[in-house]
Design a protein around this ligand. Structure first.
Ligand code: FES
Ligand SMILES: [Fe+2]
Length: 337
C-alpha cells in the first residue's frame, strides 16, 4: 500500500538529460523525458497498442514514438499519429502523470492528477542554492521505504551503526522533542556540552566540548530532511547564534519502487569553508560511508523480513520518533482508502 496523492522524487534533475529514463514507481512503470524547452514529461511506460515499453522508443520533439509499430504520443499521453493510417483509434492514449522540476528534483504525483498542487512540493531550496557545497547520489535499495524512514528518524542507531563518524553515546541519553504539524513530524535533539562526533570535530576544528543539534523533519510519506551541526559549547547555538559552529543539511527522499525495493535520493550540503576541496573530499566521503552503513542494515532487515508483512516486534523508548512517523503514514493511507 502506498500513499498516492503526494509528490515523490522521481529523479534528480541532472539525471534526466535528452534521453528516455525508465523507472518503476509504486509498482507502475513510468518513462520520463524532456520536451525541447526542458519541461519534464512522465508517461506510463507501456504502449497502448501492444505494450512495448515506450522507453524503448525515441523522442521526437516534444513527443515519444513507440519503437515497435511507431505510434506517436504527445506529452499528455494522447496518440497523435499511427503510421499507415489517417485516423487515430478511439482511446489510443497512455496515462500521463503530473511531474514538476523544483529545487533540483523531478517530483512525480502518482495519484489523482486533479489534486496535484505544486505549492505542496517540499521546500528544499538549499539543494539548488550555489551557497551550499553539495554531494549526493541515487541508490537503488532492496528494501521497503518504511524501513528507510525508521533508520533515518532514529538518531540512536548512530552509536552502533556509525561509530567512526556520527556516533556519540550521548544521543541515547538525550530524548528528542517531537512535534507534529500537519503532514510533518519534527524531531529535535540538542546535546549540550558533549564531545564532538568524529566527523564534525574534523570539519569544525573543535578541540573542546560542543553543543550539538540534530533537527529532523519527516515529510510524510517518504522524506526526511536534517539540519545537523555543532558549535563551541556555551556559544549560544541553542538560542540561535551559530557563528561559532558549523551547519550541515541533508535531504533523504525514498520513493517506493515495489513493496520490497526503493529509489533513494540523498543530498548532503554544507555552507562553511565552501572552497576547501580537501574538506569536501573528507566530509563528503565520510557522509557517503555513513549512508552506505545504513543501507547494509536496511537490506539485511528486508532479507530477514522476507514476505512477512507484519512481523512480531517489540518497541522501545528510542522508537518514539519512528512510531510517530509510521502513524502519520498510516493515517494518510487510511484517509485515501
Ligand atoms: S506496441 Fe507500440 S506501436 Fe505497437
Ligand atoms: Fe544512519
Amino acid at each position: 500500500m502506498y500513499v498516492m496523492n503526494t509528490w515523490y522524487v522521481a529523479a534528480f534533475g541532472e539525471e534526466l538529460g535528452d534521453g528516455l529514463l525508465a523507472r518503476t514507481y509504486l509498482d507502475r512503470p513510468v518513462v520520463l523525458y524532456r520536451r525541447p524547452d526542458g519541461t519534464p514529461v512522465a508517461l506510463e511506460d507501456r504502449c497502448c497498442h501492444r505494450s512495448l515499453p515506450l522507453s524503448l522508443g525515441r523522442i521526437e520533439g516534444a513527443n515519444v514514438r513507440c519503437g515497435y509499430h511507431g505510434l506517436l504520443f504527445a506529452p499528455d499521453g494522447r496518440c497523435i499519429e499511427v503510421p499507415g493510417q489517417n485516423t487515430i483509434p478511439p482511446g489510443a492514449q497512455v496515462p500521463a502523470l503530473p511531474v514538476v522540476e523544483r529545487h533540483g528534483y523531478l517530483w512525480l504525483w502518482p495519484g489523482d492528477a486533479a489534486k496535484a498542487d505544486p505549492a505542496t512540493i517540499p521546500d528544499i531550496a538549499w539543494n539548488a542554492d550555489p551557497a551550499w557545497v553539495k554531494t549526493g547520489d541515487y541508490w537503488h535499495l532492496k528494501c521497503n521505504y518504511e524501513l528507510f524512514n525508521d533508520i533515518s528518524l532514529d538518531a540512536t542507531h548512530a552509536t552502533y551503526v556509525h561509530p567512526a563518524t556520527l556516533g556519540s553515546a550521548a544521543i541515547q541519553d538525550t530524548p528528542p522533542r517531537i512535534e507534529r504539524d500537519g503532514g510533518v513530524v519534527r524531531i529535535s535533539r540538542w546535546i549540550l556540552g558533549c564531545p564532538a562526533p568524529p566527523i564534525w570535530a574534523a570539519a569544525g576544528g573543535f578541540d573542546g566540548p560542543v553543543d550539538r543539534w540534530i533537527l529532523a523533519t519527516f515529510i510524510a510519506p517518504t522524506g526526511s530532511c536534517f539540519d545537523m551541526g555543532a558549535a563551541v559549547a556555551g556559544s549560544g547555538a541553542p538560542e540561535g547564534d551559530r557563528s561559532r559552529g558549523i551547519s550541515n543539511r541533508t535531504a533523504h527522499f525514498v520513493t517506493p519502487e515495489t513493496a520490497r525495493s526503493s529509489h533513494y535520493f540523498w543530498r548532503f550540503g554544507r555552507n562553511y569553508r565552501t572552497d576547501d576541496a580537501a574538506l569536501s573530499e573528507t566530509v563528503h566521503a565520510n557522509i557517503r560511508r555513513t549512508f552506505e552503513e545504513d543501507i547494509v542494515i536496511l537490506e539485511a532487515q528486508q532479507k530477514a523480513l522476507g514476505d512477512r508483512l507484519d512481523p512480531r516486534r517489540i518497541d522501545v523508548n528510542a522508537d518514539i520518533a519512528t512510531l510517530q512517523a509510521r502513524r502519520l503514514v498510516e493515517r494518510l493511507l487510511a484517509a485515501e482508502a
